[in-house]
Design a protein around this ligand. Structure first.
Ligand code: PEP
Ligand code: MG
Length: 883
């Protein structure tokens, strides 16, 4: 079998389409090489080797060794060097590269092939002994850490010790002889700690590094990252071995990272950072402050360090041209890594760049305008869930700002929270329901869980491409990075700024748009949903088939829903309307009355309140469909709980408190979710449904008169399992409609339908459709009753299920397509078989989940209904499902 794919020198055995086999990095290196771009020659060991390795007790395929030998010989031929040759050595980098990018999760070894002999050859060739020995000590440090498991800090201690002894502050102050001495100390440390010498044989080094990269697929960080991003373990990683190019060969060398457009704003400008005389990891590590690539960016940043454009104009021009070529070729914003070795540009990586939601919108809209992609592709490209980021609050421009520091605006949105200094604390605080800002000198992949738990992230070191910045943008969390004027002291658990000291638990606000750090909490503002957002939404609306409604009952929610583009209300949960002020008392009175007359007296008090609620909703929705659901929850939810509450109701009803107490106890249910609720209430106490129906009809007439638009209410009966239940309730509704029409002389058109939220309803959907004029899938209850898992108690064990691989996603968040979905599909088919064109919708939480929305499109539902803030997500997801 073929395990190794070559690239470099204007040709390649792989292509960008081979990501599954070569991993993202390998496939893109091959593609760049095939395009004739300057890529150091190398080869990719496929992900199949990784799979083989884990399936066979960590043993490689037999013929791998030979294939690697041949590939090394090829690089040798391309570079005019020879791996292991003490006089003319080929040095290589060894990097991981999975199908999906997993930034910083797995291991890398640079400068491989250096030993006591080849380091001299490198010194000779570079005419720079200092550089050669600096590279060698970096290699010993990296290799010992990654391959031999010796923490890199032991070497840093030696370096610090050496510098202290010499009385110098910076690495750059060490001369060649001092680096030579350090290499000796490093090697001695390896022997001391590990009882074996640092390997001198380049082949042994290479196989050690390859093994370490494959092993890193199973390290703790990688496993966590995969779990958070739903990356299957079975994918494996590839290993890329590539001729070294040196960005640290003096002042005509540099290394950097760049994006073809600004990943924060989406602006079309070459955006990035570089360091002179440095190796790749130095930029990302955030230890030295990087310089801007373009002159414009330098001026905008007010930096006095020269840009790449100014410093190395020729390499810059070639780089800018290459960036443009790659963006046009991939038709997407690219994230690039490059090195300049003595003036010569080398491309080390290209990939689709991660970007903020805001940038994603702008890039998609502008690329469509530039003719690079179609509008359909623009719509398809936006991750619907990411729109959430845009719905994040920002700091109110009129708010007072108590600025205590400024860093880089690394990820947009503003957040307020209590200071915590560790990821563990962030997680604990989150679990306790507190909002925190994670404050670190810098973050590392170990901090992922803490970053997830925090509202926002603040670091005092690192640039726009530092770990904190990249990861926060991916998560959609506000982040301010590199706020250098702030001092964080983990020991004393304090952050000092402008002479003020802040401790753990003190509240701060970070502004990911300006980079400001503010003391205390600040007034926030909701985002403006215009411009690129509106454009994408408009294109999406043209592409989608399904309608998008909102679940809303308060006027405020209904207005928000309209502003987000909802096309009606798919679920108005009327029970939420009964908790306010006097209403709850009247409601309790109704429930606790033991005669129909008593109930009707209480219901008469509720009628005008319900009527005005509904009229307001109808007015806000101005002729759009509104689905109102009859009372659903178990009555005990409304019962008085305290003695005080009982006394209050007793006084209104003019009965003994004791009597009410007994009645309350009698209403107790062992399993209320499966108890006296939903349409069962309407069967027991039809007068409740009658009052609600009357309120709906009278409100419809009132709203139609006021707005001049006809209102056609949709009355929805919950928790139907038996066709006769619906028949019974519908007869009452129809009768009330007839009464109201007779009383007012107005004519009312309305629909009566049901929720499908019990398995029996799905199974008997053909019969239920004889009565129901529409179905709305209540997938919250349908999931609960299909799995037999209580939706209110599931969280405690479903996460365990997920971690142990029993389930992939929480079925209450994303529809269980193969189980619950099967019932939905069946009920939809059966419903249509009885009543052609029956209106079908979904109003469970799944109505706002992109994967579930895709399924709804597949089974041909007419609309999805979701919470107001998810409406934009649903509009986009519905469009993508229809494309
Ligand atoms: C449902 O069960 O899916 C539903 C929408 O109703 P509720 O969440 O109010 O039970
Ligand atoms: Mg329900």
């Amino acid at each position: 079998a073929k395990w190794v794919y070559n690239f470099g020198n204007g040709r390649a055995e792989g292509r960008v389409g081979d990501k599954n086999l070569l991993g993202g990095k390998g496939a893109n290196l091959a593609e760049m090489s095939g395009l004739g771009l300057p890529v150091p020659p190398g080869f990719t060991i496929t992900t199949e080797v990784c799979t083989h390795y884990y399936a066979n007790a960590r043993v490689y395929p037999d013929d791998l060794t030979q294939q690697v030998q041949d590939a090394l010989a090829r690089i040798g031929a391309d570079t005019g060097r020879c791996f292991g040759d003490p006089r003319n050595p080929l040095l290589v980098s060894v990097r991981s590269g999975a199908r999906a990018s997993m930034p910083g999760m797995m291991d890398t070894v640079l400068n491989l092939g250096l030993n006591d002999a080849t380091v001299e050859a490198l010194a000779e060739e570079a005419q720079d002994r200092r550089f050669a020995y600096d590279s060698y000590r970096r290699f010993i440090q990296m290799y010992s850490d990654v391959v031999m498991g010796l923490d890199h800090e032991v070497f840093e201690e030696i370096l610090e010790d050496e510098k202290a002894g010499l009385g110098v502050e910076f690495d750059t102050e060490l001369d060649a002889a001092q680096w030579v001495g350090l290499v000796e100390r490093y090697k001695a440390k390896v022997v001391e700690e590990l009882g074996q010498p640092f390997p001198q044989d380049p082949h042994q080094q290479l196989w050690g590094a390859i093994g370490a990269v494959f092993s890193s697929w199973m390290n703790h960080r990688a496993i966590t990252y995969r779990r958070l991003h739903n990356i299957p373990e079975a994918w494996g990683t590839a290993v890329n071995v590539q001729a070294m190019v040196f960005g640290n060969m003096g002042d005509s060398s540099a290394t950097g990272v760049a994006f073809t457009r600004d990943p924060s704003t989406g602006e079309r400008t070459l955006y990035g950072e570089f360091l002179v005389n440095a190796q790749g990891e130095d930029v990302v590590a955030g230890i030295r402050t990087p310089q801007n690539i373009t002159e414009d960016a330098r001026i905008a940043a007010g930096s006095d360090k020269p840009s790449l454009q100014k410093l190395m104009p020729e390499a810059f021009t070639e780089f800018a041209r290459t960036a443009e070529t790659l963006e046009r070729h991939y038709r997407d914003m690219q994230d690039l890594e490059f090195t300049i070795e003595r003036g010569k540009l080398w491309m080390l990586q290209t990939r689709s760049g991660k970007r903020t939601a805001k940038a994603a919108l702008r890039i998609a809209v502008e690329m469509a305008a530039e003719g690079l992609i179609t509008r359909e592709q623009a719509v398809a490209r936006i991750d619907p869930a990411s729109l959430d980021q845009l719905l994040h609050p920002t700091i109110d421009p009129g708010a007072e700002r108590d600025v205590i520091g400024v860093g880089l605006p690394a990820s947009p949105g503003a957040a307020t929270g209590e200071i915590v200094f560790s990821s563990e604390e962030a997680e604990e605080a989150k679990a306790a329901g507190r909002k925190v800002i994670l404050v670190r000198v810098e973050t590392s992949p170990e901090d992922i869980h803490g970053m997830h738990a925090a509202e926002g992230i603040l670091t005092t070191r690192g640039g726009m491409t530092s770990h904190a910045a990249v990861v926060a943008r991916g998560m959609g969390k506000p982040c301010v990075s590199g706020a250098g004027a702030l001092r964080v002291d983990y020991k004393t658990q304090t952050m000092t700024a402008l002479g003020r000291s802040f401790g753990r638990g003190d509240v701060v606000t970070i502004d990911g748009a300006s980079g400001q750090v503010l003391a205390g909490a600040t007034a926030m503002q909701q985002p403006e949903l215009s411009g690129d957002f509106a454009a994408i939404m408009e294109w999406a609306d043209k592409l989608r088939r399904m309608r998008v409604r909102a679940n809303a009952e308060t006027p405020a929610d209904a207005r928000t829903a309209r502003s987000f583009g909802a096309e009606g209300i798919g679920l108005c949960r009327t029970e939420h309307m009964f908790f306010d002020g006097d209403r709850i008392v009247a409601m309790r009175e109704m429930i606790l009355a033991d005669t129909e007359t008593g109930r009707r007296a209480a219901l008469a008090k509720l009628l005008p309140m319900q009527r005005s609620d509904f009229a307001e909703l109808f007015e806000i929705m101005a002729g759009l469909p509104v689905t109102i659901r009859l009372l659903d929850p178990p009555l005990h939810e409304f019962l008085p709980k305290t003695e005080e509450e009982i006394a209050e109701v007793a006084a209104v009803m003019d009965v003994e408190a004791e009597l009410l107490r007994r009645r309350t106890e009698a209403l107790h249910e062992f399993n209320p979710m499966l108890g006296h609720r939903g349409c069962r209430l309407a069967v027991s106490y039809p007068e409740i449904a009658e009052m609600q129906a009357r309120a709906i009809f009278e409100a419809a007439i009132e709203a139609a008169a006021k707005t001049g638009r006809p209102v056609e209410p949709e009355i929805m009966v919950p928790l139907v399992g038996i066709m006769k239940e619906l028949e019974f309730v519908k007869a009452r509704i129809d009768q009330v409609a007839a009464e109201v029409m007779a009383e007012t002389g107005a004519s009312i058109s309305y629909l009566t339908g049901t929720m499908i939220e019990l398995p029996r309803a799905a199974i008997r959907a053909h019969a239920i459709a004889e009565v129901a004029e529409f179905f709305s899938f209540g997938t919250n209850d349908l999931t609960q009753t299909t799995f037999g898992i209580s939706r209110d108690d599931a969280a405690s064990f479903l996460e365990t299920y997920r971690q142990k691989g029993v389930i992939e996603t929480d079925p209450f968040v994303s529809l269980d397509i193969e189980g619950v979905g099967e019932l939905v599909r069946m009920a939809a088919d059966k419903g249509r078989a009885t009543r052609a064109g029956i209106k079908l919708g979904i109003c469970g939480e799944h109505g706002g989940d992109p994967a579930s929305i895709r399924f709804c499109e597949e089974v041909g539902l007419d609309y999805v209904s979701c919470s107001p803030f998810r409406v934009p997500i649903a509009r986009l997801a519905a469009a993508q499902a229809a494309i």
